[in-house]
Design a protein around this ligand. Structure first.
Ligand SMILES: NC(=O)c1ccc[n+]([C@@H]2O[C@H](COP(=O)([O-])OP(=O)(O)OC[C@H]3O[C@@H](n4cnc5c(N)ncnc54)[C@H](O)[C@@H]3O)[C@@H](O)[C@H]2O)c1
Ligand SMILES: O=C(O)C[C@@H](O)C(=O)O
Ligand SMILES: [K+]
Ligand SMILES: [Mn+2]
Length: 351
């Protein structure tokens, strides 16, 4: 029997609602698999935890999480309790950076039966590879002076190592898919970092003569996601560009409530972390209508990266059969509650 030790962090808002749903599904997956068991331990790290303890997690929090095979997270953030930059840097970004989860994989493809927000979408299947450790998400900088003279400086950090790594992952992925890598740039406006990014992209492209490659400025690329998503395959972007493009990808899928993501540690020193693309959705908390599919599809990615590709594919097929038959929450235009969608997925998983 293979046991996967999973640290679950429901977090805030709808994170607390969808996490139990995904865990119900995973228990059923383990049951159907027969040779797999999950050993879950829940950690209450969240904005409520901050209000009680003055920090998003205890001092030994990272040590404790490091004992697990994977971290499974819901959503972080409740601006009514803690400013967003404090909660994100104290938990989500802390885990990404300290566990060296330098790559964030965010698929965007249409599931059967789900209406894209596009009027006439052609079939698309995109993977956004987001550099996940540096770029625009840097704590280098500061503020000086007061009142109208106040100045804020925020430094971006682009290393050749991490940039190359993200691009190499993108080319590897493309070689197993349609064979196209699109780089998100803005080298016309961002004077230092983006020409650097483009040079590295050209260098890596030259090493992969069998993969097509192209660069598009982020503004035009964001529009291209809307007008030509079917022309894209793998898209590689900096931390911020990848963040924005993955929300656009989610929107054209039909709702951010379905979009999954994997924050990957590639050096094996720390666990990877799996969490849906969306946040805590304060506007729908407590209504029982959060879409559980983002978290459940994320569980599929957790299974895949823990060596369980077959059952992971089965789970995604079942999710798709359920959406195809119209079991959808209101964000997708459906009438079903969160738990009803989950129940249907569990029923169809098999024995
Ligand atoms: N990775 C994360 O944990 C993460 C991601 C994004 C935002 N946040 C945080 O979440 C909070 C809210 O941020 P936001 O409003 O910009 O983004 P959000 O993703 O929470 O919500 C955006 C919109 O999508 C909807 N939505 C999100 N998840 C849904 C689901 N599962 N089912 C149905 N609808 C869903 C919401 O109702 C809202 O209308 C902030 O504190 C932000 O910092 C965290
Ligand atoms: O990375 C972020 O900025 C937080 C959130 O928006 C995300 O996409 O995970
Ligand atoms: K999330
Ligand atoms: Mn985001």
């Amino acid at each position: 029997m293979k046991t996967l030790k999973i640290a679950s962090i429901p977090g805030d808002g709808v994170g607390k609602e969808i996490m139990p749903e995904a865990i119900r599904v995973m228990e059923k997956v383990a049951d159907v698999h027969g040779g797999l068991k999950f050993d879950f331990e829940e950690f209450p790290y969240s904005c409520d935890y901050y209000l009680k303890h003055g920090a998003m997690m205890p001092e030994d929090g990272m040590d404790r999480l490091s004992q697990f095979d994977s971290v499974f997270l819901g959503a972080v953030g409740d601006a009514s309790k803690v400013p967003d930059h404090i909660s994100l840097w104290g938990l989500l970004l802390k885990i990404r950076q300290e566990f060296q989860q330098e790559i964030n994989i965010r698929p965007a493809k249409l599931l059967k039966g789900i209406n894209s927000k596009l009027a006439n979408p052609q079939d698309f299947d995109i993977v956004v590879v987001r550099e996940n450790s540096e770029g625009e998400y840097s704590s280098i900088g500061g503020r000086i002076f007061h009142d109208d003279n106040e100045i804020a400086i925020q430094n971006n950090v682009f290393s050749k190592r991490a940039t190359k790594q993200a691009m190499n992952i993108a080319f590897d992925l493309a070689s197993k898919r349609k064979g196209l890598v699109t780089s998100a740039t803005k080298s016309n406006g961002i004077f230092h970092a983006m020409p650097f990014w483009d040079e590295i992209f050209d260098e890596i492209s030259a090493k992969h003569p069998n993969i097509k490659s192209e660069s598009k400025h982020i503004d035009a690329l964001a529009a291209y996601f809307i007008t030509h998503p079917h022309e894209l395959d793998v898209v590689v972007g900096s931390n911020l560009f990848g963040d924005i493009l993955s929300d656009v990808g989610a929107a054209i899928m039909g709702s951010i409530g379905v979009a999954p993501s994997a924050n990957l540690n590639l050096n094996g020193k720390y666990p990877s972390m799996f969490e849906p693309v969306h946040g805590s959705a304060p506007d729908i908390v407590g209504k029982g209508i959060a879409n559980p599919i983002g978290q459940i599809w994320t569980a599929k990615m957790l299974l895949e990266f823990n060596g369980e590709a077959n059952i992971a594919e089965h789970l995604l097929k079942v999710i798709e059969a359920v959406t195809a038959d119209g079991y959808q929450t209101p964000d997708l235009g459906g009438k079903y509650k969160m738990t009803e969608v989950t129940d249907e997925i569990i029923n169809r998983l098999g024995k």
